[in-house]
Write a new protein. Structure first.
Length: 277
């Protein structure tokens, strides 16, 4: 027993990677974690981190976001990150959970298809259902792709308030996460009990968009706690305006692109628009 302890003693104090002396839990030279014998707790921690990838930070970040998303984002940006989950990965995971609930529990595809049929949109019902299924399959990726675009609008609105563009990306990760959590907590239960009534279901999904300006104000009031409410409201309105402008621009570009695609796929259709001699 004494020999075993003597054998382990140098390993506990010396880094097994670079042989430097370890004073704390990590090697100050290469970052290697201090030696710890593999036991049941070690295996459980590894499974938790590898399979669930929560590592306790996920639930901590969710709790802090629900308490004050703006303050939580500010703490992370200013360097208090040890207990927090990675914000980009947080968006991905929460979006995936939201998608699973929407399509496996709420049955949103079937409900919305029934709504389109009831509104005499028979020709578009299957198309809309297919589009929704496609978006559902890649929802997490789409949300991540939208974050840099949202960051442009918030950076413009708060361009003189101290944060760079990449910090605004992190801020928008917290905003999207807060919106996703709020939807799952406040909106999804109502949708669950109204899923047999497509008209009401559809109205609720529209009304739930009102959460966006509320969450924007709540977030930025917490992030910029020293600024007045009036200044925050004006910049939130600017963000909404810029987002709508960008949305209209995307629709116009999409329409132009679709028109070009149709023209190239069916050149005969252009004869009707050719000038007559």
């Amino acid at each position: 027993m004494t020999e075993t302890l003597e054998t382990l003693e140098p390993i506990q104090k010396t880094c097994p990677n670079c042989t430097a002396i370890i004073v704390d839990n990590f090697c100050s030279s290469c970052g290697q974690k201090k030696y710890k014998r593999i036991d049941r707790k070690y295996v459980i921690d590894e499974l938790q981190y590898t399979l669930l990838h929560t590592n306790k930070g996920l639930f901590y970040s969710i709790k802090k976001i629900l308490q004050n998303p703006g303050k939580t984002a500010r703490e992370f940006i200013e360097g208090n990150r040890v207990n927090h989950y990675k914000p980009v990965l947080l968006v991905f995971i929460l979006s995936g959970i939201s998608t699973f609930i929407s399509y496996k529990i709420l049955g949103i595809t079937e409900v919305m298809t029934a709504y389109y049929n009831s509104e005499n949109m028979d020709l578009n019902a299957k198309l809309n259902a297919d589009i929704m299924s496609f978006l559902a399959s890649y929802n997490s990726i789409f949300m991540l792709l939208l974050v840099p675009l949202f960051a442009i609008t918030t950076k413009i609105a708060f361009r003189k308030w101290g944060q760079n563009y990449y910090e605004h990306i992190v801020m928008n990760c917290y905003i999207v996460s807060c919106y996703t959590l709020s939807s799952m907590i406040l909106v999804f239960p109502i949708l669950f009990f109204t899923r047999d009534n497509p008209q009401v279901f559809f109205k609720i999904t529209q009304i739930s968009l009102l959460l966006i300006p509320i969450i924007l104000f709540w977030f930025f009031k917490g992030f910029y706690a020293n600024h007045s409410t009036k200044r925050i409201i004006l910049r939130v309105l600017a963000i909404i305006g810029l987002t709508l402008l960008g949305y209209i621009l995307v629709i116009i570009l999409t329409a132009i692109g679709f028109g070009i695609y149709v023209a190239l796929a069916n050149p005969e259709a252009l004869k009707d628009f050719a000038p007559k001699k």
